[in-house]
Design a protein around this ligand. Sequence first.
Ligand SMILES: Cc1ncc(COP(=O)(O)O)c(C=O)c1O
Length: 369
Amino acid sequence: MPVPILDTKRQYSDYQEEVEREIIEVARSGWYIGGPKLASFEENVGKYCESKFAIGVSSGTDALLAALMALDIKAGDEVITTTFSFFATIGVIARVGATPVLCDIDIETFNIDPAQIEAKITEKTKAIIPVHLYGQCADMDEIMKIAKKHNLYVIEDGAQAIGSKRFGTVCGNFGDFGCFSFYPTKNLGAMGEGGLVTTNNEELAHKMGLIRNHGMEPKYYHKFIGGNFRLDAMQAAVLDVKLKYLDKWTEGRQKNAALYRKLFAEKNLIGKIALPVEKEGRHIYNQFTLLCEKRDELFKFMQENKIGCDMYYPLSFHEQECFQYLGCNKEEFPVANKATQECLSIPIFPELTEEEIVEVVETIAKFYS
Ligand SMILES: Cc1ncc(COP(=O)(O)O)c(C=O)c1O
């Protein structure tokens, strides 16, 4: 039985009527940018994220870029981040002219290893960008201690982790800004592109509101250099409808993760594969990522058997061609190197059936038998 890695169509019936009504309403209203749909979504998603301010933006990438711009991070500055994430995390640092400084990860969570950070701080360091990879919050207690001690900004890349929690705090509220993506593969996905910036700082919220619209206030007077980072009304309306179902969908992912854990243990596969470690708090399982012996052969076997899976990510930032100018030494990142060689993400989306999950596990068991 083929199992897709993701099937966004399966959840459409949950919200079809409501969303189609909203789309027609926006189409007929003639109000396509800003307006009441954006205001409503920002209010609701702000509450969901437990943040005082929520500013809709055009994508997760633009959320990160706008955050760096709002904090005036520029050429000559250094920004510390993980070497193991989606490219956007590092791309934005280089795009504002700053220098990315990379840290290795913790093998249990795939998140930045806080123990690596302090040694990388110089007088040029301005900010840390931890990523809450696969839906689990990074070790923000440790990261915030370091940031406070050295007076550094913190921009949380929560693109994969909306609503995740650690140490009693919802992600996006530890640092200066939380940045989120509504790319369709995310737990809360738009019907197109979208993103969000959260903050609890009124001054930064105001500035972010301007930065997303070319730094303009009042009309045609530009205080800052920003960009067109706006979230359109149609996407805001769609997201506002889908937000109501987010907890249900996330619970579906958590249930699937629990079933995988049970089945992999029953099949005695632990050892051939390592399961992601769930820390205290709330993991929202945007991905369920294994470390696997003979990963490349397993990946091929899964493809031959039509089981959706993927490598997030086959290369770390220090290995990317465009970042060779950083002059990183590969040996400095043994954990990320292991992750890129062994990681394999398997289907976890909420509408997976139990039979499909069994099929995924049995296919992996067959490979190692
Ligand atoms: C960790 C991480 N950061 C940033 C982004 C960028 O988000 P977007 O694709 O909405 O620009 C993504 C999305 O894929 C991501 O996974």
